[in-house]
Design a protein around this ligand. Structure first.
Ligand code: ADP
Ligand code: MG
Length: 420
């Protein structure tokens, strides 16, 4: 009787019935909503792929640069990256790249849509450069995932094209190598004029060395080769090595052993951490043979010692090839111990200009003037003074496009440091 009354009251009551219906509707809607969220999460995981590029990765900057040049995109927030170069003469070049700023961007790449999300982490800081830590996430359909590698490949090619035809020059910065300024245009090897056969000899030796990796590994010999160029200053030693690096498509790491704050430890560390595909150039190695007291006023010992140099040369252990070039203006100061194979395997004298070089230099500056070149050589030889190729360059640069002017000034070559 009581239940009957209750049923009547609840079921028969229109207000209660409506409330129940609403509740049921609400619950089912909520359930459906969750279901959609779950399903979309599931679909997301099944149908979409993400690619995350953290800012410490090499391809991060490549990607941003690529994106800044990519036409097919819709993004309203850009951020600027300014490339500011001050030249030696004080002039300044600036280049603005408008790269995608933090936020979401949509691009269409090879027919596929990609969502690009650039995020900045508020807290994390990249310790190497103090910049906030960032990531770029690329999202696309699962079936288009192959496009990621196409895209990154394109970005890389674009970045490397900017370096193409250039030589990166590294110098030491504390214990590490840092690029010195912008990559330089390659110097043509033909622009360095050495005596007959010298260039060809070195080039063929290096090429042969680069081909012989297996031979070295099979015999358990460290895969390295040392070259020594010695001779008076201004004869083109440094220029030749830079041109050679360009020719081989190598970069170059330059270390001057006469640098005051270079210690044995630093030398050793630097020589064992050479960037890939680089030639190591040790300038003025005679500095390590100075018998002078190397303790400075503050009592700190500075400068590289002879044994430090030998240790560093012997200790270079790299899985890759190591090409070391050494230069000196004072071969007489060298200790024979450095000339041992494995330290110096190839040595060549690069001297003052020979008549052949004088003629070649003249013709390089004044194309086709063969008769005048012969006349110039005769006059220069008559001076009976050593003439460096650097001196010749000085005169020819002073008399650009004026072979007769150069002929008239041939006497100035008598004084090595003549100022025009
Ligand atoms: N043989 C050469 N051929 C072309 N240029 C040369 C030559 N020798 C010297 N020079 C020029 O003289 C300058 C100094 O040369 P550098 O290579 O520094 O000489 P080194 O290292 O022998 O002292 C450079 O500007 C270079 O272009
Ligand atoms: Mg030099």
């Amino acid at each position: 009787m009581a239940t009957n009354l209750f049923e009547q009251f609840i079921v028969g009551n229109p207000y209660f019935a409506a409330g129940g219906g609403l509740m049921l509707l609400g619950t089912s809607l909520a359930l459906a909503r969750q279901g959609i969220i779950r399903a979309s999460g599931f679909a997301y995981r099944q149908l979409l792929v993400d690619l995350e590029i953290p800012s410490k990765d090499k391809s991060y900057l490549w990607f941003l640069e690529w994106m800044s040049q990519y036409k097919n995109r819709s993004s309203r927030h850009l951020s600027v990256e300014t490339n500011f170069i001050q030249h030696d003469n004080g002039a300044v070049t600036t280049k603005f790249s408008l790269v995608p700023g933090p936020g979401n961007h949509l691009i269409k790449y090879k027919g596929a849509y990609m969502l690009i999300k650039r995020e900045r982490s508020g807290k994390l800081i990249d310790m190497t450069n103090g910049a906030p830590f960032e990531t770029v996430t690329l999202t696309t359909l699962y079936r288009d995932r192959g496009l990621f590698s196409d895209l990154l490949g394109e970005a890389k090619t674009l970045a490397l094209k900017a370096q193409e035809g250039k030589t990166v020059i590294y110098t030491s910065w504390g214990p590490e190598w840092r690029p010195f300024g912008q990559p330089k245009r390659k110097r043509m090897i033909g622009s360095v004029i050495l005596d007959d056969g010298i260039k060809e000899g070195i080039v063929s030796d290096v090429l042969d060395f680069l081909k012989s990796g297996k031979w070295y590994f099979d015999r358990g010999i460290p895969y390295r080769r040392g070259y020594l160029l010695y001779g008076p200053p201004g004869s083109g030693k440094t220029s030749f090595i830079q041109a050679l690096a360009g020719e081989l498509d190598y970069n170059i790491c330059i270390l001057n052993l006469s640098e005051a704050n270079l210690t044995d430890d630093r030398l050793n560390h630097l020589m064992n951490h050479i960037p890939e595909r680089s030639i190591l150039l040790l300038e003025d190695i005679d500095a390590a043979f100075n018998m002078r007291d190397q303790t400075d006023a503050s009592g700190f010992k500075s400068g590289v010692t002879f044994s430090g140099l030998l240790n560093a040369l012997d200790g270079v252990a790299s899985s890759e090839e190591t090409i070391t070039f050494m230069t000196t203006n004072h071969p007489e100061k060298l200790d024979p111990a450095i000339l041992r194979p494995g330290r110096v395997d190839y040595r060549v004298y690069v001297g003052d200009a020979t008549p052949h070089q004088i003629e070649q230099m003249f013709l390089r500056f004044y194309e086709g003037e063969t008769a005048k070149a012969k006349e110039f050589v005769a006059k220069a030889v008559e001076l009976k003074a050593p003439i460096s190729t650097a001196q010749l360059q000085g005169l020819f640069v002073y008399k650009k496009n004026d072979p007769d002017g150069a002929l008239a000034l041939v006497d100035t070559l008598k004084t090595p440091n003549h100022v025009f």
